[in-house]
Design a protein around this ligand. Structure first.
Ligand SMILES: Cc1cc2nc3c(=O)[nH]c(=O)nc-3n(C[C@H](O)[C@H](O)[C@H](O)COP(=O)(O)O)c2cc1C
Length: 410
């Protein structure tokens, strides 16, 4: 059974929901572990007032009993705390004033969102689905949906941690301000990044990044950036070279690009590799002998065997993890809702209008890190279960230990 999930829910609807299928039985799953990730997603300098209203909490509706997974689909719900202010405008059923219209239903005339925002889904979505009210598009295109993906990713993280795999991330650019990339110690990087308002591990760069966000805000503008996601403790061999749709880099890149506003992904050396000779790019291979007392249960069980002298590949070769940390960077464009709006055109009258304004963030790169971690964790968990999967944690444990022994015997 492959791990898969589906999310549902509008930004100002009653709730966001997700159903995650394929998690094995017997995994301890405290709701707190999910709430902690939801809270992280809501932080970050440059986020709008809505984050303070939301205070997301997950309800686990199925798939768990007494704190352990059952192997059945896990249904998650995150209630929108602001729902009472939107009940009329987002009513799932017809209400007075919305009945009896021809064509796709809409709210009363005065309530419609008319002026599509350049860079958002408003125009293309309304043309594609035949909506007259752009709210019918923006409510689902909104990155509020990433709360549900964050919840799913939090569960994936719990599974991965059980097998010694840790996923973290940090901001390495906001606008023009750059910070160093991953230097080898994920825990130290995480602590420094989580102490920063912009989720950047470099304190000096953090201050300048805040300045960059302030500069955008003062002009009614927005600013994007780059974040880096790192996974350590990943054994070699997740993913596959034999099928295009099981290549780990392809899946991770696709998942990251599916996050709202992400416009580029690079692994390891990334685009820089295209400028260099092969000898400067590819990672020489070495071998570290296993000690006699090596055990598949020891914390350093993956520290031996074949290794690379550097990690320009970002931990993936031939569509498979190669045993090095997975390092992937993602470029996020500036948010498209501008408080000083760009020119647009009324969807109804075709007259020129400034783009509409929804309550919005100035910079969401720090929050996007958490979503990036979530989708990478999901893809790693999926690949991990494809290779070692069983119906229970105990069965996966046996399969994984057997594989570790196999690596040792090479
Ligand atoms: C964490 C996060 C928060 C976001 N917040 C906003 C926001 O407040 N306002 C906005 O216009 N876009 C926001 N976006 C981006 C839009 O959702 C996105 O640009 C839009 O759906 C169009 O999709 P595209 O940029 O991938 O083409 C956010 C994205 C992320 C990842």
């Amino acid at each position: 059974m492959s791990l898969r999930f589906l999310t549902a829910g509008e930004s100002h609807g009653q709730a966001l929901t997700a159903i995650l299928e394929g998690m094995p039985a017997g995994l301890p799953l405290p709701a707190d572990a999910i709430d902690a990730e939801l809270a992280r997603r809501q932080t970050g300098y440059g986020r709008g007032r809505r984050m303070k209203i939301e205070q997301d909490r997950v309800q686990i509706l199925s798939g768990c009993r007494f704190g352990y997974t059952l192997g059945s689909p896990i249904a998650l719900q995150i209630t929108n705390r602001d729902w009472k202010n939107w009940e009329e405008r987002m009513a799932p059923q017809a209400t007075a004033g919305t009945e009896g219209e021809e064509g796709p239903p809409g709210p009363p005339e005065w309530e419609r969102v008319r002026s599509p925002r350049p860079g958002h889904a408003d125009l293309a979505g309304a043309l594609k689905y035949g909506h007259r009210d752009l709210r019918n598009v923006l409510e689902r295109a909104s990155a509020r949906e990433t709360a549900a993906r964050g919840a799913v990713g939090a569960i994936a993280k719990v599974l991965l941690r059980r097998f010694g795999i840790d996923v973290g991330g940090h901001v390495v650019r906001i606008g023009d301000v750059e910070a160093p990339g991953f230097r080898g110690d994920l825990e130290a990087m995480r602590q420094a990044a989580e102490a920063s308002e912009v989720r950047c591990a470099d304190p000096e760069a953090s201050v300048r990044m805040i300045g960059e966000i302030e500069r955008a805000k003062a002009q009614g503008d927005t600013v994007g950036g780059v974040f880096e996601i790192i996974a350590v403790g990943v054994p070699p061999g997740l993913g596959s070279h034999v099928h295009y749709d099981r290549k780990l880099d392809g899946r991770i890149a696709g998942a990251l690009m599916s996050i709202q506003a992400m416009k580029g992904v690079e692994f390891g050396l990334g685009f820089e590799a295209a400028r260099r000779f092969g000898s400067e790019v590819h990672d020489p291979i070495g071998y570290i002998p296993y000690p006699d007392d090596w055990s598949p249960d020891s914390p350093d069980r993956l520290a031996y065997g074949f290794t690379h002298h550097r990690n320009n590949a970002g931990g993936i070769e031939g569509g498979m993890s190669n045993g090095e940390p997975i390092v992937v960077r993602v470029a996020m464009k500036p948010i498209s809702t501008l408080y000083t709006p760009l020119p647009s055109v009324s969807f109804e009258t075709k007259e020129e209008l400034p783009a509409s304004i929804e309550r919005s963030d100035y910079c969401a790169v720090p929050a996007a890190v958490v979503v990036g971690e979530a989708v990478v964790a999901f893809e790693l968990a999926r690949a991990f279960l494809e290779k070692f999967g069983g119906d229970s944690i105990a069965e996966i444990d046996r399969n994984y230990r057997g594989y570790l022994e196999q690596l040792r015997s090479v």
